[in-house]
Design a protein around this ligand. Structure first.
Ligand code: ATP
Length: 199
């Protein structure tokens, strides 16, 4: 699996639609200060479901939408799509290629798409469990993150190892099942209370 392309339109400094194509091997993005290099990484974070404007170096989520320049009006929406090669079927989906897209309008309306079909953020998250990709994954190492990992709590470091070991999806499923069990337990208690009132 590898990142084949990133398409951006109206995202941060990228007003026009632009597609970055990647091939096997290493790709470097170079450019003067402030030309938008980090915005490319922000676009990947964002499309993978980043919910924190701070992580995207903004004040609120609408800040990712192109806000205009002296010569160009602001735009009404931001759109990012990433396409991954899945010919090794590392991602649990029956496609050779997977495109994840996210769109946000100034009104706050937003949507995620998986291979062109509208989906939930939960579906995007689940697709990438245990792959290292995803907003919590280790595939994007931001500035200062290595320091944060090294000086972080052991439990935080453990999360990275869990992801690499491929057990995150089981831990999430276990947590969801325990939550359901807890709810069922509460329902049972309520039924028992009603029963004892009736008898
Ligand atoms: P450096 O080398 O200094 O780290 P960089 O190439 O990584 O810089 P970025 O931080 O990616 O640059 O881009 C910053 C630029 O993006 C700034 O010029 C800023 O005005 C522009 N920018 C950020 N958000 C928006 C937005 N919503 N609309 C228009 N431009 C934006």
């Amino acid at each position: 699996m590898y990142l084949k392309s990133i398409e951006v339109q109206g995202f941060k400094s990228f007003a026009n639609k632009i597609t970055f194509e990647f091939h096997n091997g290493i790709t470097g993005i170079v450019g003067p200060n402030g030309s938008g290099k980090s915005n490319v990484a922000d676009a990947v974070r964002w499309v993978l479901g980043e919910q924190s404007a701070k992580q995207l170096r903004g004040g609120n989520m609408q800040d990712v939408i192109f806000s205009g320049t002296e010569t160009r009006k602001p735009l009404g929406f931001a759109y990012v799509a990433i396409t991954l090669d899945n010919s090794d079927h590392n991602l649990p989906i029956d496609y050779e290629e997977v495109t994840i897209a996210r769109r946000l309008y100034r009104s706050g309306e937003s949507e995620y798409l998986m291979n062109g079909v509208s989906c939930r953020l939960k579906d995007v998250n689940e697709l990438f469990y245990d792959t290292g990709i995803g907003k919590e994954g280790y595939s994007i190492i931001g500035q200062g993150q290595i320091d944060k990992i090294l000086s972080g709590k052991p439990e935080e470091r453990r999360e990275l190892f869990d992801e690499a070991a491929g057990i995150v999806k089981f831990k999430r499923r276990k947590a969801a099942s325990l939550k359901k069990l807890e709810e069922e337990q509460q329902n049972l208690t309520r039924v028992n209370d009603i029963l004892s009132e009736l008898t």
